[in-house]
Write a protein that binds this ligand. Structure first.
Ligand SMILES: CC(C)(COP(=O)(O)OP(=O)(O)OC[C@H]1O[C@@H](n2cnc3c(N)ncnc32)[C@H](O)[C@@H]1OP(=O)(O)O)[C@@H](O)C(=O)NCCC(=O)NCCS
Length: 151
């Protein structure tokens, strides 16, 4: 699959996208997600979250992310993931820019991010700060790093 940040677009998640999103999860598991997280992701998609978005490249789903409104002018970044075939080309940065724009548009002053030791540095590039760490919080060997970003 070819993709760059310049050739992608976003649209709202629809229930028929579920299998494509789960396939991308599987391509990132167990390197970036614990196997234990798959059921949580499937349940999240099953609820057809209205703010979840897929990232399209050439009409195919290359990734997904969501931004859920929270309490007290906060928002939460949900399940950001990309097909490994398109990693390293700026698509993740484009998703973060979109998330920040959506948060600003919603008046959020903080984006909460539940990361891992493998994604912490990625989010830090966009200004996220680590608030706490929980060893094996996602499953054996997959630590939970809670972060916050000021949009
Ligand atoms: C994290 C992810 C969305 C990044 O997407 P990407 O398209 O590869 O990222 P980009 O190409 O836009 O990279 C932007 C910058 O972040 C860096 N980066 C990308 N992934 C990184 C990572 N896992 N750790 C540290 N830095 C990372 C890039 O080197 C680049 O740095 P630069 O601007 O200095 O050149 C993608 O790698 C992914 O889906 N990972 C697996 C799922 C995951 O871990 N999701 C987070 C769950 S909490």
């Amino acid at each position: 699959m070819s993709a760059s940040a310049a050739s992608i677009c976003f649209r709202s998640f629809r229930t028929p996208d579920t299998s494509a999103c789960l396939a991308i999860f599987d391509l990132n598991c167990p390197a970036f997600f614990a196997p234990e997280e798959r059921a949580d992701y499937a349940a999240f998609l099953d609820d057809a979250p209205p703010t979840y978005e897929v990232c399209l490249s050439g009409g195919r789903i290359a990734g997904a992310f969501g931004l859920t409104p929270g309490e007290a002018a906060s928002a939460r970044l949900n399940w950001i993931l990309l097909d490994p075939a398109v990693k390293g080309r700026g698509v993740g940065a484009a998703m973060m820019q979109r998330a920040v724009g959506l948060a600003r548009g919603a008046g959020a002053t903080r984006i909460d991010i539940a990361a891992s030791q493998f994604s912490e540095t990625f989010f830090a590039k966009f200004g996220a700060r680590t608030l706490s760490r929980q060893a094996n919080g996602w499953g054996p060997g997959m630590h939970r790093h809670d972060m916050a970003l000021q949009p």
